[in-house]
Design a binder for this molecule. Sequence first.
Ligand code: SAM
Ligand code: SF4
Length: 328
Amino acid sequence: MLVDGFGRVAIDLRVSLTDKCNLRCSYCMPAEGLEWLPSVDVLTDDEVVRLVAVAVREGVTEVRFTGGEPLLRRGLVDIVARVKALPAEPETSLTTNGIGLAKVAPALADAGLDRVNVSLDTLRPERFQLIARRDRLDQVFEGLAGAVAAGLAPVKVNAVLVRGVNDDEATSLLGWAVAEGYHLRFIEQMPLDAQHGWSRDQMVTAEEILSQLAERFVLTPVGSAERGSAPAEEWWVDGGPARVGVIASVTRPFCGACDRVRLTADGQLRNCLFAREESDLRSAMRAGASDEDLAERMRVAMFGKRAGHGIDDPGFLQPSRPMSAIGG
Ligand code: SAM
Ligand code: SF4
């Protein structure tokens, strides 16, 4: 088992398949992009599947593919199929910006993908251009529709509100999501952008989002039994069955219940989004480590997980890698 010193057990593995992206969301990376990982450092498909298989043998039951933009990874469908074919049949999901999803959704569904989360922060093209710095909103809508058509429903939509750009859009996003049958979740902006531009004063908080939503919807809390260990606090919208979630990682941290572990595209195991240390599984694997050696490295890395992300600690240091390189 991947258990830490506080008794938390990691069962949810986030796998970044690439650090590259075709958008440039302002809360994630600078307009000019980033220096991408050298391709020789990026795990091959076989290496990804091997490390996931080791983690699954260590008790991981859910594998989420992310990035960067995971749809840019050529071997994605094959990786999903091979992970799904592991004896323990882990749940598989994908977090994507949706661009190009319409085309590949049927193949992903055939490969056994269980769920998809699409990130979308605004319904307005001019705002999309401001946040993502690309004019591609229509392709995200196509991606969402394609996912539903391929049977990947219910599709979750993740939205980040950015002060002064789309911070007035909570109610229209929820109205749209309810009408379309998407499960919307708002995510508080975290200090994980490459350009270190996050500030607490500018962040749109869960409290602010909920008070905006309450102007138009009746929200009643979804009980924890129906919510499981998910980080999002959930509310029924106007009595249900639609729900809305808020992932308040900053103002209402849920580190005490964290069950996640992350693998970067270059094969580094991270026990937390905000970890400052990584365990270099790629080098160990390429130097001939056995599956048992790799499992032991995973167990050791997990044991050192800190109690919390410490964003509020005076000594908080943003991790050296941004969200796009860690895998969100
Ligand atoms: N490119 C894919 C996407 O956008 O869904 C997957 C990777 S992206 C890093 C994963 C999620 O992280 C997205 O929902 C995105 O909105 C979110 N994200 C990125 N930077 C963030 C930040 N600084 N704070 C909170 N969420 C962030
Ligand atoms: Fe790309 Fe996702 Fe980051 Fe936006 S949030 S720049 S889509 S990796």
